[in-house]
Ligand binder design. Structure first.
Ligand SMILES: [Zn+2]
Length: 208
């Protein structure tokens, strides 16, 4: 049964929103909207009584911390930890993101004598990803040297059955840890797309 137009208009006049009327009438918001617009075309705009109770709540300026999208909103959003995101896509991307905070936590946890497996579980990122990111982070912050690497990769308190190796990281990233610090793209690199090699190419000279 269709709700008579005068009932809809009466509700609309009393300040009901189109969505509220739609809900009460059991139809879509669009259906109500169309009927109200049609009525207004024939009879002129409907004068509405404001209903203070249903005024929108305070809006605040908001940025999605992942994509930077801005809006004025009062909506509660998808959250991950303390942060809120505009979409599931941004929320998931942020979960995967390995921030400097995550990297530094991983380094500290190593210094505290934790296994990579344990750290990966706590931080919710794969071991391999963490190690790659630590490697690049140390390079970018000019801290990639033998002492630091050994302090992170060699854990004397753990019974390491396999001796720790960062060779794969050198090949993977194209950043080599030498006696004199970090070097890019040197020595028998097979990484065709190694990160360090790309920096070397882009900058035109060696970054120290
Ligand atoms: Zn976003």
């Amino acid at each position: 049964m269709t709700t008579p137009i005068h009932t809809i208009i009466a509700a609309y006049r009393r300040g009901w929103s189109e969505s509220q009327i739609a809900l009460a009438a059991g139809v879509t918001h669009q259906a109500i909207s169309q009927r109200v617009r049609r009525y207004e075309r024939q009879h002129g705009p409907v004068e509405r009584i404001e209903r203070p109770v249903h005024r929108p709540s305070v809006k605040f300026s908001w940025h999605c911390p992942h994509c930077g999208r801005h809006e004025w909103t009062s909506r509660i959003r998808l959250s991950y930890g303390e942060q809120h995101f505009c979409s599931t896509k941004c929320c998931a991307a942020a979960k995967r993101e390995v921030t400097d905070d995550v990297i530094e936590s991983a380094i500290f946890m190593r210094w505290e004598g934790n296994t990579w497996t344990h750290i990966a579980k706590i931080l919710g990122r794969p071991t391999q990803t963490l190690q790659q990111r630590i490697w690049k982070y140390l390079y970018l912050t000019r801290q990639l040297n033998r002492n630091i690497i050994e302090s992170i990769w060699i854990a004397p308190t753990l019974n390491q059955t396999v001796p720790p190796s960062w060779r794969w990281l050198e090949l993977d990233t194209g950043i080599y840890c030498t006696e004199h610090g970090a070097e890019l793209g040197a020595r028998g690199n097979r990484g065709r797309s190694a990160w360090g090699k790309r920096i070397l190419k882009d900058s035109g000279d060696t970054i120290r």
